[in-house]
Design a protein around this ligand. Structure first.
Ligand code: 0O2
Length: 206
């Protein structure tokens, strides 16, 4: 298997999606409007993780493209929970890709405490052999959800997926605190947004 050739369309998709989503953020800024996007990141899943997931799920090599849906992954991080739903609606109305699945781990958080909204898309990418439909995952979450997930991800890595129960319990409490933080921030959202609008307007004057 030529892995570099296999991964090339995924690299392309991640780059294209980052440009498009960052473009959305820039457009909100030009219009001095609150941007529902705080920042955008993206990555192609490392080959070792792809093969690990494949062996865990008992997948034959010819099923990787269909069955591992997060080989191409982009993440949209928002300030407020409401922003997540603004982004979801904007993504639903786009016609440059097709949504094939939505996973709402916000209304239904994972057992670990993980919260995030995942949208799985089929994205047409131009290759030297014509158009190819590539599956990609867009994760949308708040800064607080992202903070929690990043830390939990590091601990999972450290403990090779076997986080000790006392640390797990702490993580659950931290997830609860992150949820409360999102709730409290939502309540003062209008004031925060107004302050940020004034800040951007003044910044643009100079
Ligand atoms: P990495 O390092 O981010 O690539 P499923 O087969 O549907 O049960 P699947 O296919 O893993 O599960 O899909 P899902 O649930 O949408 O999760 C895919 C990605 O979501 C993960 O990728 C993580 O990025 C994130 N994620 C899901 N659950 C958790 C969690 O409990 N904690 C953290 N920190 N992230 C989570 P990978 O492959 O795990 O890792």
């Amino acid at each position: 298997m030529n892995w570099e050739a296999f991964l090339a369309p995924y690299v392309q998709v991640v780059e294209e999606l980052k440009v498009k989503l960052r473009g959305m953020r820039a457009q909100f800024e030009y219009e001095s409007k609150h941007s529902p996007i705080e920042f955008v990141t993206g990555r192609v899943k490392p080959l070792t993780s792809i093969l690990e997931k494949a062996s865990l799920k008992n997948l034959p090599m010819n099923k990787l493209e269909e069955e591992i849906q997060d080989i191409a992954g982009v993440r949209v991080v928002c300030q407020f929970v409401d922003d997540i739903y603004t982004i979801i609606n904007m993504l639903r109305s786009r016609n440059d890709f097709q949504i094939i699945e939505e996973k709402d781990y916000i209304r239904e958080k994972k057992d670990s405490g993980y919260r995030s909204y995942h949208i799985i898309i089929r994205y047409p990418v131009a290759t030297i052999r014509g158009e190819k439909q590539v599956i990609a995952e867009i994760q949308i979450r708040t800064l607080a959800m992202n903070f929690w997930a990043t830390n939990e991800h590091s601990l999972n890595y450290k403990y090779d997926g076997q986080i000790p129960s006392d640390v797990k319990a702490r993580l659950k409490r931290a997830a609860e605190a992150a949820f409360k933080l999102d709730e409290e921030m939502s309540k003062i959202k209008d004031e925060v947004q107004e302050a940020q609008r004034v800040f951007y307007q003044n910044k643009n004057k100079h």
